[in-house]
Structure formats: structure tokens, C-alpha cells
Design a protein around this ligand. Structure first.
Ligand code: DON
Length: 307
């Protein structure tokens, strides 16, 4: 029998398309040029079956959705103890671009905010690696997670670097605190390239389904992330993935998630599926308005909520 899922996803997309609230991110000049009307949702089961509706093959830069995956690489490459010594796992309650360093330890509150993600990037490969090696490692891992070769969007990278004063400021503070030991400008360049990797909603559904599948990519069957690392990553996504809207998200949608300023949102339901929505207009927290709405509907209609 044909699955009713594609028709259902189309209904959800149609129902959410009329909401034109929110605004494009414009602190990265190139993102303000996105088509605000785009809306797509893709869902991958842990068996690698992908269901999709709307603009699921349009490329956009991954932005903060890169953070949980690079956190996973940092743990795999540098070890959990070393990562925890430098990055905490507490919700910050602040916006993603605040410095948010924990009193006493000087660690960024968590790896989902920019400060923690910049620190994670520095721990990829082994903390002694070069800028190019770190970016190469991230690109290769993301390509395996998505099941196709991904690339850095150099135009978005250049655009973000032209206004990256906050992230540069954060990286210099991290260097002063000894959280990162490399050149802060190199780390911010690598981190910004990591955020500028082009993906589609279909790619992101497979990437999140890999988390839902204990680290094994559902289509290739390859183990990319260790199951214990997946547990750490999903836990941090659940408490910190939607920034200062994390509490709202947990109560309404109720699954580990991550958003990005180009309009993507991913969610992973362990043992079942990964989902991804793309729609560029953002709310005041920097989360996609229609992305959150689509997930709320899916959760209400299909009982995705973990509790
Ligand atoms: O560092 C930044 O500000 C961006 N490259 C990523 C921020 C982001 O996606 C926040 N998400 N909502």
C-alpha cells in the first residue's frame, strides 16, 4: 500500500505557508538575499526511507545546524573529558551570539551557542590541527552524513566574515581564557566555513536520521558517530538546541532539535526518524517561524513528543 505520509506532509506545508511573519537574518548580508517564501519538509526513517514535500532540494547554508555534528566530531577526536573541560552543557538562557561564559570555569555554557561551537570547532581532529585539516574533516563527515558530496558556499563565507566582529570578539575572549589555544582568527574562519556548507532539507533529514539511528547513516549503513557520543549530542540538543526558546520547544514539540539562521530546523526522534524543515523567515530567537510551526503540527498530529 502507498504510504499516506507524502500527502500528509504536503497538507502540513500548505497549512503553514500562509504565515509570513518573521524576518530574514540580515547580520550576514548574503542571507538577506534568500527567497523568504521557500518552505520544505523532509523526513527520513532510520531505514533510510525519505518522505518530502515542498522545497526540499533547494540549497541553503547549514549555519548553526552544523553545531551538534561538529560537537560530535570534537568528542570523537579529542575525547569527552577534554571537551567537557572546555565546554559546559547547561542552557544559557541567552541569545546564541552572547559570550555566555560560565562564572568560575570560564567555559562557554554549551556547544550550541556560538561561543561553545567556536570552541568545539577548535577540538576537531585533535587540537593541534591546521585550519584546512579541520575544515576538511568537517566537510568529509558532513558529506558522509548527508550521503552526497557537500561544498562550502564561499560567497556566504566571505559575506559572514565581512561582519564577523562578534564571533571574532568571542574567539579572542576564549583564547584569553585558555579555552582555545589556536589563533582566534583561524578558528573563526574555520567555524564560519563549517557554517557555510550548503545543504538541502533532504540532506538534513538524513543527517538527523543518523543521530536517531545511534550514529549509523540510514542509507549507507556506515557508522559515523559512536552511540555514546550520539547520546551526549542529543541530550544537549534537547536542552539547548533552540536557544532561549528551548523550554517552549520541549513542551510543544518535545524532541532533540537544532535550528540555524538561514532557516533550517532539524529534529531527531531516537530509534525512529530524523526530520528537517527549511523556511528562511526567523522569529526573535533566531528560529525559523514556519520551521517551528511545521514541527509543532507534526508533533501534535503524530505524537512525536518523547514524553
Ligand atoms: O555564527 C553565526 O552567527 C552563524 N554562522 C550561525 C548562527 C546560527 O545559525 C544561529 N541559529 N539560529
Amino acid at each position: 500500500m502507498r504510504s499516506p505520509l507524502p500527502d500528509y506532509l504536503l497538507e502540513v506545508v500548505d497549512a503553514c505557508a500562509s504565515d509570513r511573519s518573521g524576518a530574514l537574518a540580515d547580520y550576514i548580508p548574503d542571507l538577506a538575499r534568500a527567497d523568504p517564501e521557500r518552505l520544505g519538509v523532509a523526513l527520513s526513517t532510520i531505514d533510510g526511507e525519505v518522505y518530502a514535500a515542498g522545497d526540499v532540494d533547494v540549497e541553503f547554508t547549514i549555519q548553526s545546524i552544523s553545531k551538534p555534528f561538529v560537537y560530535a566530531l570534537a568528542i570523537q577526536d579529542s575525547g569527552l573529558d577534554e571537551v567537557l573541560r572546555r565546554i559546559s552543557v547547561e542552557p544559557s538562557g541567552n541569545a546564541f551570539n552572547e559570550l555566555s561564559l560560565e562564572a568560575g570555569t570560564g567555559r562557554p555554557y554549551n556547544p550550541m551557542i556560538n561561543a561553545g561551537a567556536i570552541a568545539s570547532h577548535a577540538l576537531v581532529v585533535d587540537g593541534l590541527s591546521s585550519e584546512d585539516e579541520r575544515v576538511e574533516r568537517v566537510l568529509e563527515a558532513f558529506s558522509e552524513l548527508a550521503g552526497r558530496e557537500l561544498h562550502v558556499n564561499e560567497a556566504v563565507f566571505e559575506s559572514e566574515m565581512s561582519t564577523a566582529h562578534r564571533n571574532l570578539g568571542i574567539a579572542h575572549m576564549l583564547r584569553a581564557q585558555g579555552i582555545i589555544e589556536d589563533d582566534p582568527e583561524e578558528i573563526v574562519r574555520g567555524y564560519t566555513r563549517q557554517c557555510s556548507i550548503d545543504v538541502t532539507a533532504r540532506d538534513l533529514a538524513l543527517m538527523s536520521a543518523t543521530l536517531a539511528n545511534s550514529g549509523r547513516q540510514p542509507q549507507s549503513g556506515r557508522r559515523i558517530i559512536d552511540p555514546r557520543v550520539v547520546r551526549q549530542v542529543l541530550s544537549v540538543m534537547l536542552s539547548c538546541g533552540m536557544y532561549d526558546a528551548a523550554g517552549d520547544w520541549i513542551t510543544t514539540v518535545g524532541i532533540p532539535a537544532k535550528s540555524g539562521v538561514s532557516g533550517g530546523v532539524i529534529g531527531a526522534l531516537p530509534g525512529q526518524l530524523g526530520l528537517a524543515v527549511f523556511s528562511p523567515r526567523l522569529d526573535e530567537h533566531g528560529n525559523s517561524v514556519r520551521g517551528v510551526q511545521v514541527c509543532e503540527r507534526l508533533s501534535a498530529d503524530t505524537g512525536l513528543h518523547l514524553m
